[in-house]
Design a protein around this ligand. Structure first.
Ligand SMILES: Nc1ncnc2c1ncn2[C@@H]1O[C@H](COP(=O)(O)OP(=O)(O)OP(=O)(O)O)[C@@H](O)[C@H]1O
Ligand SMILES: [Mg+2]
Length: 132
């Protein structure tokens, strides 16, 4: 699929504040890019996936450290939206955790897997997802 870049930004900060900024940026870029066909894509799904992936960057990667941050890229195609979040890398890789009712966390990427049409990690710090 051919993806056209829409908007790029860099987001820094700590804890929930940068995630709020990512969500607002992605929704604004998505609404602008989809214009008249905004109903083709579930922006609730886009919002939730962006929130989970950005939260992971600010918890699990070096982007959480002072001076760190992420780059957020929004792309559009004839069929949907793609969001790429590039962080500073960490000791782990984004990976869906096995189901475990006893655990309080480990569900973010399960949600992304359920809602996104596709998602992945490029090996260089970028986690991406598509909602079509
Ligand atoms: N950007 C990232 N950099 C490094 N490791 C990551 C990144 N994103 C996810 N991971 C790894 O993948 C695991 C699964 O992520 P997931 O979002 O499903 O669970 P969680 O973040 O641990 O918990 P929850 O999202 O439920 O609060 C994480 O525990 C972490 O080890
Ligand atoms: Mg998570």
């Amino acid at each position: 699929m051919l993806w056209h870049p829409v908007k790029v930004t860099r987001v820094c900060g700590s804890e929930h504040e940068p995630v709020r900024a990512v969500r607002a940026f992605v929704l604004d870029a998505a609404a602008g890019a989809l214009a008249g066909r905004v109903h083709d894509v579930d922006l609730g799904d886009v919002d939730l996936c962006a929130s989970e992936v950005a939260t992971n960057s600010f918890i699990h990667s070096a982007s959480r450290l002072s001076g760190g941050g992420i780059e957020v890229r929004v792309l559009v195609s004839g069929r949907g939206l793609r969001v790429e979040i590039e962080d500073d890398g960490g000791m782990t890789l984004p990976k869906v955790q096995p189901e475990d009712d006893a655990r309080e966390c480990g569900r973010g990427l399960m949600i992304v897997e359920a809602l996104a049409s596709a998602w992945g990690y490029d090996g260089g710090g970028t986690t991406w997802f598509e909602v079509c």
